[in-house]
Design a protein around this ligand. Sequence first.
Ligand code: NAP
Length: 308
Amino acid sequence: MNRYDVAIVGGGPGGYTAALYCAQSGLSVLVLEKLGPGGQMATTDEVDNYPGFDTGINGFELAERMRRGAERFGVKTQFSEVKQAYLREAPKRLETGEGTVLARAVILATGAYPRTLGLPREEELRGRGVAYCATCDGMFYRGRTVAVVGGGASAVEDALYLSKLCQKVYLIHRRAAFRASEFQIKKLSESGVVPILESRVTELHGSETLSGVSVESIPSGEKTLLRCDGLFIAVGRIPDTALFRGQVALNSEGYFLADESTRTEIPGVFAVGDAREKPLRQIVTAAADGAVAAHFAGQFLLESSDIK
Ligand code: NAP
């Protein structure tokens, strides 16, 4: 059976920063990650707002560096999914695809997954024209026409990334302006991406694969058929917290309730990064959460040294 001082669920920037700080203070640490390191960050082509990289850095590369940086201090990574968690036991118990993990403290760094549009046939056409990750699937649309839906930083970044690969990129947003930084908006205006504002996608067309979408103008109600081979949906994310519902308090949108100390109401359980209720979700704020959680986890372990 695997026993650690601290088990961290999720290997994104919050998880690996917590791991690094815990390991540097002499604790034994396991990071449990179901896919690969980095979480949402690893699917970002170019990260321009994480300090220290004067020409930007690829998100996957940054994720790998964070993993290696933590493992340098003895952190272990186990690629398996947590299936059940018993967070009120002492020690705390996590049942994973690879067996049981026991830990005196647990840091939840589970991040978030993409929201769907909820359109008819969206699930059926997933992977056949409908996609949720531009950096993962963009290469399949090289030289072709695609549309991105959404108006936040992710949608703008996805459109910019795809504009380097695709022949034509539309960016469909239901409002009159995007919710992204000035820097991103400027890049967008120079990219050749065609914005379609105050509009929504109402229908997906195509038999085996996507061949186009119906787009409705919100002010006029007029519908047009937009021919495209791919539709990248970037309309926000849903916190990956369902496994912990009923144990750890969540807000009405499903985010972990933990204040700036990252402490949840369960002693020895901390929540960091995009899955925590907070005003600003960025790589740098997830990393900051990780350092704070490590500090309070260390304090908790000192105060509860009877828990083996
Ligand atoms: P977001 O900021 O929540 O934006 C979601 C966008 O999708 C909004 O424009 C929203 O429209 C639109 N939307 C939501 N539901 C929709 C629906 N059913 N149909 C059509 N449009 C819909 O999500 P995000 O862009 O994924 O970003 C998530 C967080 O990560 C944010 O805090 C963001 O700042 C951060 N992030 C930062 C970076 C960066 O700094 N480099 C990159 C990516 C993400 P409305 O505007 O009408 O609400």
